[in-house]
Design a protein around this ligand. Structure first.
Ligand SMILES: Cc1cc2nc3c(=O)[nH]c(=O)nc-3n(C[C@H](O)[C@H](O)[C@H](O)COP(=O)(O)OP(=O)(O)OC[C@H]3O[C@@H](n4cnc5c(N)ncnc54)[C@H](O)[C@@H]3O)c2cc1C
Length: 234
């Protein structure tokens, strides 16, 4: 059951020009499963000064503290500008945990994580969680798409993880890069032999357009909807 939590900011730092990581502790400490989200209360930002709420996937593992959110600053967006303005020591409120987007893949299968932008957050939590680490998949593939190299999130951490095949794709590189040039969808279309399509489970997170296009590709390879888990941000 979601419950109200009061969160105290530990740090709030930009990791790319538009994405920041907000770390906090909470009272009472809340329990969540990797992949779930918190609904943040944005005070007075709604019509007639009412509060608004915005959902944010938790990017840290359930077993660790502080809790981390990975947020893209949206121009004139009330939720992201509120979170962006918070400083160490500030308090904010939320309701948590919410969501069914959790890790469920049996160990004999491959887990394929596909995200763009801050859609990486729930997957970072999953891969670092006890549930995943005590029962890892046979193979783990992580396709992560951004426009420019500077937008890569958790790149050092995930490229150093020897249990994960980390495949960043850059659709509009600004300089020479050894990374795949194109979108995550281009990567899947260009590398059809790379995945055991039917022996895998798929976790998709990010924009609705990206999720729709990936699902069309999966469907063309015979993947059924039972093997697809998704979290649509917008
Ligand atoms: C279950 C769930 C989990 C989410 N987790 C995260 C998360 O971990 N990190 C995160 O940054 N966002 C996340 N979001 C999106 C978040 O809830 C807000 O929609 C977003 O932060 C914009 O809020 P806002 O009030 O600043 O702007 P709004 O005025 O509400 O949004 C303006 C527009 O911004 C666009 N937009 C929204 N989110 C993004 C995004 N992430 N990247 C690019 N454009 C966007 C949409 O087109 C939207 O219509 C999640 C959404 C859902 C439903």
């Amino acid at each position: 059951m979601p419950a109200k939590v009061t969160c105290k900011v530990i740090s709030n730092v930009h990791v790319t020009p538009t994405v920041f990581i907000l770390s906090f502790t909470s009272e009472p400490g809340f329990e969540f499963k990797a992949g779930q989200f918190i609904s943040i209360i944005i005070p007075g930002a709604g019509p007639n000064g009412r509060d608004l709420r915005r959902a944010y996937s938790i990017a840290s593992a359930p077993e660790t503290n502080p809790v981390e959110l990975c947020v893209k600053l949206v121009e004139n967006g009330p939720g992201t500008n509120y979170l962006h303005s918070l400083k160490p020591g500030d308090e904010f409120n939320g309701l948590a945990p919410y969501g069914n987007f959790t890790y469920v893949t049996p160990s004999e299968k491959t887990a394929v994580f596909i995200s763009t932008g801050t859609g990486i957050a729930p997957f970072r939590s999953m891969i670092r969680s006890g549930v995943y680490q005590s029962n890892p998949p046979q193979r783990s593939i992580f396709l992560f798409g951004v426009r420019h190299e500077e937008e890569l999130l958790y790149h050092d951490e995930l490229s150093a993880n020897e249990h994960v095949e980390w495949i960043p794709t850059v659709s509009r590189p600004t300089k020479e890069t050894s990374l795949f040039k194109g979108r995550v969808t281009d990567y899947l279309r260009a590398n059809p032999e790379f995945i055991d399509w039917m022996g895998s489970e798929y976790y998709l997170c990010g924009s609705g357009d990206m999720i729709k296009e990936i699902k069309e590709i999966l469907s063309s390879h015979g993947v059924t909807k039972e093997a697809i888990h998704q979290e649509k941000y917008y």
